[in-house]
Design a protein around this ligand. Sequence first.
Ligand code: COA
Ligand code: AMP
Length: 635
Amino acid sequence: MPGCYQDIYDHSITERDAFWAEAANALVWDKKWDQVIDLSTQPSAQWFGGGMVNTCFNALDRHVDAGRGDQNALIYDSPVTDTVAHYTYRELRDEVAHLAGAMQQRGVGKGDLVIIYMPMIPQAAMAMLACARIGAIHSVVFGGFAAHELATRINDAKPKLMLSASCGIEGSRVIAYKPLLDRAIDQATHKPDAVFVWQRPQAKADLTPGRDFDWHDICAKASPADCVSVAATDPLYVLYTSGTTGQPKGVVRDNGGHMVALNWSMKNIYGVSAGDVFWAASDVGWVVGHSYIVYGPLLAGCTTVLYEGKPVGTPDAGAYWRVISQHGVKALFTAPTAFRAIKRDDPNAELLKDYDLSCFEALYLAGERSDPDTLQWAERHLGVPVIDHWWQTETGWPMCANPRGIELLPIKYGSPTVAVCGWEVHAVDESGHELPRGKIGALVAKLPLPPGTLPTLWHNDARFVSSYLAEYPGYYATGDAGFIDEDGYIYVMSRTDDIINVAGHRLSTGAMEEVLSGHQDVAECAVIGVHDDLKGQVPLGFMVLKAGVNRPDSEIIAEVIAMVRDQIGPVAAFKQATIVERLPKTRSGKILRRTMRSIADGETYKTPATIDDPGILPEITDALRDIGYARDVAG
Ligand code: COA
Ligand code: AMP
């Protein structure tokens, strides 16, 4: 239906229930829903209540039953181990069914929680699908998080079982996972009953007798498990994401609404259908990996690519072109930072000449703001639409995109285009009033949210309400600021909280501040995100030392850098800090982080009227200049 985005969008709003019921009919339900949406439930409306489903059935068995059993479901491409492996829908279903059977044998069933801490290998996707198969709830923890972060999630999620691998491979480095896992379980107050470990040849793990099981052996002995029917409103997974404190938020996703929304998005946003090859170059530890490496493409009957490598260095900046041409990828989804890395290493895209990309139709970017320069570079060299789209862990799928599968709208650089069907996005002022077009405010989405988003936070309705619903009654607060132009194009400019985006990874500066404050010599501190040409933003720490501390600054800085790496993980990329006499604050004692960031990035800034002592700002500017920032600040 080309050329009719506005009609379809209007239909999704005015005939909401009919719109989503039609989308839901594309999937197999064990029992049909009683109500498309129930607006009376708390803390949020529920989708497809009364319906019974199985997400794994819809992602795997359904396609085998429909005659797609011999089609590739998943291609594992791992330049770091020199491996390419193909799994057909039948093979993937059988592997998943055996793993699910092994989990059942260890007493895992409907409603039990399973933590998955794994590198980018097919077993990670199998683990997620195996949980879905038996109605268990998975919670994947990204491998770049350290033991302490994993322990925090173990305590909150209380898993019955954990699934892991002996190691991950980061470029040329082998990272043993098992010691991190053991440390996390030691630190956590909750203990899982069992751990399955996938042994990789690059580093074998020692197994703890009685608790740990060799994944391969236990699956070989298990009988395959059938799909267990669950309520559409039952949780499929919990995914922890950074909030403003060190305690991450456990975003819950249901089964029914999630599969309906993702299946709809594959065709209408990404323009792919059953049989097409789709590649999301992300990690299963992030929401992009959940939605668009695993569930979305498989629900839609596509072939998904699971890539264990980097955009550069594995082996070079032509890696993405090689994967696209070798596997016939039709659409690629990645973060702008990956393209900045490719552009940096191969500015004229010389390596592109070695590959035939005639299969390739579109590039999708998300996870951080797309800088027009990088987007245009990709457009110029690839000759296909480059589509910036906006969403977040909480929403599970895009709020704002160029709906290429319905109609490719004109691209405006700097804007992820328009609201996706089902989403009513507004820019509002502090009292929640809609702002005139072009004026920056908080970006909010009108309630009820469409299916596939978060019904609540794991065991924490109160935090769900206070984080997302309380500030603007009747709306979901995205935490992003931006504006909407005369044509309805949405522009996402910055976060309104202390979250930063480092190489497309969402991190909490508050969590880093908690680590810095834990250092014996630190009296107070602040962490801000400063501009970085490659990663978009990187964290930078400021510390005021306790009176009487008389040690070299460099020693203390090295210690806090090591502490952040150890407690949060290498993914935080916390590599810079500076020591100052005092921090700029308002008269009520709030640290002026935004002003500090503006100074660091060389932006013009206004001295806040509420500042306690304006004389501090030149001191901060000098400290920043000493470490290579604030060069453009007059002064
Ligand atoms: N397990 C263990 N360590 C990990 C890890 C994992 N799964 N993922 C990352 N790390 C480590 C890296 O080795 C690196 O460690 P180092 O400080 O010792 O070098 C650190 O965490 C930071 O990793 P990363 O953010 O990947 O930075 P990088 O410098 O290695 O690579 C890019 C930079 C731009 C190439 C890389 O970030 C990238 O490919 N980004 C793609 C975007 C993406 O996947 N976004 C996800 C959301 S869509
Ligand atoms: P995450 O939950 O990790 O997916 O991060 C979500 C956050 O990343 C959003 O709230 C935004 O701040 C940012 N983000 C994601 N996509 C975009 C985009 N296309 N443009 C601007 N910011 C984005």
